[in-house]
Write a protein that binds this ligand. Structure first.
Ligand code: HEM
Length: 163
């Protein structure tokens, strides 16, 4: 857990930077989800077989035809937005206990390691920068990073318990 004096620096402005970017992107979430996954697999090709729905579909199946791919991408964006709001309100990220337990178990089962969270973070930031270049600033980047990092820390912590 992050020390509260650090977490409590998450401001209303930072929350707005996170929410405004997603608000501008979400109307195009199918295309955004696809770009996000392509970027993940560009950075870490080895991550591809972790996703059972991609493995089962075979090498040549087009990525955009997978509804679960869109669902995972949108979940990561939406949960990072929820984290931003919680960080601003309470200085901490709380995921509902049942949800967190399931997330820990799912990711352990899929073979996800801590390093993959870094890959997904980079892909997330690159995707936002590509989607809303006119909004992108170092401040926006830092706000998304913090919201994502604290969410990832909660999931990784739960993964240790589930392993
Ligand atoms: C499944 C969220 C990071 C790979 C899921 C599910 C959610 C989720 C909600 C659906 C299953 C469930 O609810 O238990 C997130 C969030 C992340 C994150 C919020 C980051 C903050 C990652 C990373 C990887 C990954 C880093 C690996 C590159 C997977 C895989 C599944 C999954 C393979 C199972 C898919 C399936 O069986 O259909 N994730 N995830 N996730 N996630 Fe993530």
């Amino acid at each position: 857990e992050m020390p509260s004096e650090e977490a409590s620096t998450f401001s209303e402005e930072q929350e707005a930077l996170v929410l405004s970017a997603w608000d501008a992107m979400k109307g195009d979430s199918a295309a955004i989800a696809l770009k996000f996954f392509l970027r993940i697999f560009e950075i870490a090709p080895a991550a591809k077989p972790m996703f059972p729905f991609l493995r089962d579909a075979g090498e040549d199946a087009p990525l955009e035809s997978h509804p679960k791919l869109k669902a995972h991408a949108v979940t990561v964006f939406v949960m990072a937005c929820e984290s931003a709001t919680q960080l601003r309100k309470t200085g901490d990220v709380k995921v509902r206990e049942a949800t967190l337990r399931r997330l820990g178990a799912t990711h352990v089962r899929a073979g996800v390691a801590d390093a993959h969270f870094e890959v997904v973070k980079t892909a997330l930031l690159d995707t936002i920068e590509g989607a809303v270049p006119e909004m992108w600033t170092p401040e926006m980047k830092a706000a998304w990073e913090e919201a994502y990092d604290q969410l990832a820390a909660a999931i990784k912590e739960e993964m240790k318990l589930a392993a």
